[in-house]
Design a protein around this ligand. Structure first.
Ligand SMILES: [Cu+2]
Length: 132
């Protein structure tokens, strides 16, 4: 005589699933890759100027540039630290500044457009006001 193998294997599977379910749900999932951090500050490219021309952010902050002009602009670090492509109207470019310092940049298409990002030591610059 042979015992019914199917019933036995179903039961084994059920036990296996239950034993797996507990630990899996209990363990905290690893932190997912964080989505792009919100920009700490935004610089507008408007009327062939960077506005504000100089801003100060805390180390580690991300700055976003947004071109509002109908003409393309770029954001090019004089130190070679960062370099955007041509930004058409509405385009944005972001760079994160990990290290305190003063970073000058220009629009490579319109070199009279100059700006400076001052990066202060990380200890919490106050957040910018309400956004939006
Ligand atoms: Cu420009």
């Amino acid at each position: 005589m042979r015992s019914p193998p199917i019933a036995r294997s179903h039961r084994a599977v059920a036990v296996l699933v239950l034993s797996l379910a507990g630990p899996v749900t209990a363990a905290p999932p690893p932190a997912a890759a964080t989505p792009a951090a919100p920009a700490a500050a935004t610089v507008r490219l408007e009327h062939f100027m960077f506005g504000p021309a100089t801003i100060t952010v805390a180390a580690g902050a991300t700055v976003e540039w947004r071109n509002l002009d109908g003409e393309p602009h770029t954001v090019v670090s004089l130190d070679g630290l960062f370099r955007s492509g041509a930004l058409d109207q509405g385009d944005t470019y972001r760079y994160t500044f990990p290290t305190p310092g003063s970073y000058r940049y220009v629009c490579s298409i319109h070199p009279q457009m100059v700006g400076t990002i001052v990066v202060s030591a990380a200890a919490a610059a106050p957040a910018a006001g309400p956004r939006g």
